[in-house]
Design a protein around this ligand. Structure first.
Ligand code: CA
Length: 242
């Protein structure tokens, strides 16, 4: 990943650079807010900017506001002084994604950077999930299925219940399709988590419960007494057996 470090204190800049280089990142350092703005706005894109608040000529917060005004969405990790509460608040308002208070340890820095760098990858993960889902929809499982009066057409992403169209989100559709094509088979919440959200580390088994609830509201006549999406207590969920 390409990271820009904007810091005029040489020692701090060298320390930050070292920590990030050891993580395998390509790091550029500049001591100047004006130069930083130019580098980010005009150069090849950075994946992260580590930005000190106290900079000569043009302060970090000013740089940050200008970046956001230019619609640069690169994550920004602010470096602030211990007593700079106002800076932190102003920084977050100005569009910083996180901050570190000086002095900080290299592990803390690396951990924050990692969390911020994960975000764009998350978008990539979501794109891959969508691609996988459409592959599945157009691949083996492309045949429309009909079960308990529900018609599920994966190729058209269409669901009809007793002749009426039902709008579902992508996740709701995938959950319904998975369960309905395996009617009677119990899926644990963990299994559903890996099948529906593959690779996404930001969800918990609670997300499965929430998704099931949402799907029930869309397809069940009485969501409190579901006919299709059944809870198997202590185990997980299943679609009503044929
Ligand atoms: Ca400084």
């Amino acid at each position: 990943m390409r990271i820009l470090v904007v810091e005029d204190e040489r020692k701090v800049a060298a320390f930050v650079r070292q920590g990030l280089v050891e993580e395998g990142h390509a790091v550029e350092v500049t001591a100047d807010g004006e130069a930083a703005l130019e580098a980010v706005a005009e150069g090849p894109p950075f994946d992260l900017v580590v930005l000190d608040v106290m900079l000569p000529r043009r302060g970090g917060l000013d740089v940050l506001r200008s970046l956001r005004a230019l619609r640069v969405q690169t994550p920004v990790l602010l470096l602030t002084a211990r007593d700079g509460v106002a800076d932190k608040v102003a920084g977050l308002d100005a569009g910083a994604d996180d901050y570190l208070t000086k002095p900080f340890g290299v592990r803390e820095l690396v951990a924050r950077a990692r969390a911020l760098l994960r975000r764009p990858r998350r978008a990539a993960v979501e794109a891959r999930l969508t691609a996988d889902a459409s592959f599945e929809a157009n691949g083996e499982g492309a045949q429309p299925i009909r079960i308990h009066g529900i018609e599920i057409d994966p190729a058209r992403r269409r669901v009809r219940i007793e002749g009426r169209d039902v709008e579902l989100t992508d996740q709701e559709f995938r959950l319904l399709h998975l369960l309905a094509t395996h009617a009677g088979i119990v899926f644990s919440r963990e299994a559903l988590l890996t099948k529906i959200w593959r690779g996404d580390t930001y969800v918990t088994v609670r997300s499965v419960d929430t998704l099931v609830k949402r799907l029930r509201r869309r397809i069940e006549t009485d969501p409190a007494n579901p006919r299709f999406l059944l809870t198997v207590w202590g185990v997980g969920y299943k679609f009503a057996d044929v």
